[in-house]
Design a protein around this ligand. Structure first.
Ligand code: NAD
Length: 347
């Protein structure tokens, strides 16, 4: 395998393989770019089919963090870590300490945080070894409410741009996934008068949403066929694909999930169908904005984080306007804007 010729290798500054036989730790840390500041991005614990899949994931995710942090206006670069293996059998305090050592060896070029299958307790253990950790209990804490705020405001910006109204009363939103972010988003949408149609694999969350928000519950696959204004993917990646685009009746896609488009070509396909796609890494940056204050501010301040998250509305309006003027898909425009910001940082 030629590493430097891999499709997902994007001139990453540094990729570190970490292993600790005693604890079973096998991890990869990818620092994509430090042009704007130290690389920041969470650590994912996943039972990958093979090491190549783990490498692909960490290369893509770390590049995504560079773009996300740039568009959020943060003085942070992009990085990500993956720990390979089944978290149920492999998790141990010693393993997280060994991971902390690996992060510490990067001497502040990479800040880690929670991601899939890693919680604040785990990161607390990493923090016993290294200071280069964020999202800790007692500091910036759970990022989800901030991600939900940014997603709500991004959805509002899209409704204003596409449907010409500031008022969400009666706007129909199909929400896929009622987890930490999706549920909190539904709370805001319901309070703003939106009508909710929801789906999830978790029946408890569905029952709660039906009771608290008068949400209509539909089957997992039926969410794509709903006659709604907005489709809001808040669960899985790649839910916008060849099989689903033709079914969508929504004129807006605005949700918090990462990597919503299965393939880059779907950006253009959505434009061709006059569906306004809100680029995922711009709308879902609320969490990293909150975390950034733990890394870079002297003291963490939730009010400041909220004000910074509120800027997502204007950033997205700028993306929509530019895409319209240039007759380009919104995802491409966001990428171009992010690259311009990173290029300035590189000088
Ligand atoms: P979560 O694990 O709390 O919630 C995910 C929800 O999706 C769960 O309720 C789960 O039951 C549901 N789900 C799983 N499979 C499903 C399916 N096939 N159909 C419908 N629902 C399904 O995760 P979260 O923190 O709310 O994050 C949601 C998404 O947003 C993820 O893609 C995540 O990467 C992204 N994201 C989260 C944050 C954050 O701050 N938590 C920040 C940026 C991006």
């Amino acid at each position: 395998m030629s590493f430097f010729n891999l499709v997902d290798f994007d001139d990453h500054e540094q990729v570190v393989y970490c292993s600790d036989k005693k604890t079973g730790l096998k991890a990869i840390i990818a620092v994509h770019s430090t042009a704007l500041g130290p690389a920041a991005g969470g650590c994912r614990f996943w039972d990958y089919a093979n090491d190549e899949s783990a490498l692909t994931d960490v290369l893509r995710l770390s590049r995504g963090m560079t773009y996300k942090n740039a568009m959020a206006g943060l003085k942070l670069g992009g990085g990500k870590a993956v720990i390979i293996g089944d978290p149920k059998s492999l998790k141990s305090p010693e393993l997280f300490k060994a991971f902390g050592k690996a992060v510490n060896n990067l001497a502040g070029r990479y800040y880690t945080a929670e991601d899939v299958n890693i919680n604040t307790d785990d990161m607390g253990i990493v923090n016993q070894i290294t200071d280069y950790v964020a999202g800790l209990d007692g500091k910036s804490g759970n990022p989800a409410p901030f991600t939900a705020l940014g997603t709500f405001l991004g959805l509002k910006a899209a409704v204003k741009f596409k449907l010409g109204t500031d008022d969400l009363t009666g706007i129909k939103v199909a929400v896929q996934g009622l987890g930490s972010v999706g549920y909190s988003l539904c709370q805001r949408l319901h309070a703003a008068g939106a009508k909710l149609i929801v789906t999830d694999i978790n029946p408890v969350a569905l029952e709660k949403a039906a009771t608290e928000f008068n949400a209509e519950v539909v089957g997992l696959d039926d969410i794509y066929d709903q006659d709604v204004d907005v489709y809001s993917p808040c669960a899985l990646g790649a839910s916008i694909n060849d099989g689903t685009i033709s079914r969508l009746k929504a004129s807006i896609i605005a949700g918090c999930a990462n990597n919503q488009l299965a393939e880059p070509k779907h950006d253009q396909l959505l434009k061709d169908k006059s569906i306004l796609y809100v680029p995922d890494y711009v709308i879902n940056a609320g969490g990293i904005i909150n975390v950034s204050l733990e890394i870079q501010a002297e003291t963490y301040c939730a009010d400041k984080a909220t004000k910074m998250v509120e800027r997502i509305y204007d950033t997205l309006m700028n993306v929509f306007e530019t895409a319209k003027q240039q007759d380009k898909p919104t995802g491409i425009v966001a990428d171009e804007m992010a690259r311009a910001i990173i290029a300035k940082g590189n000088k």
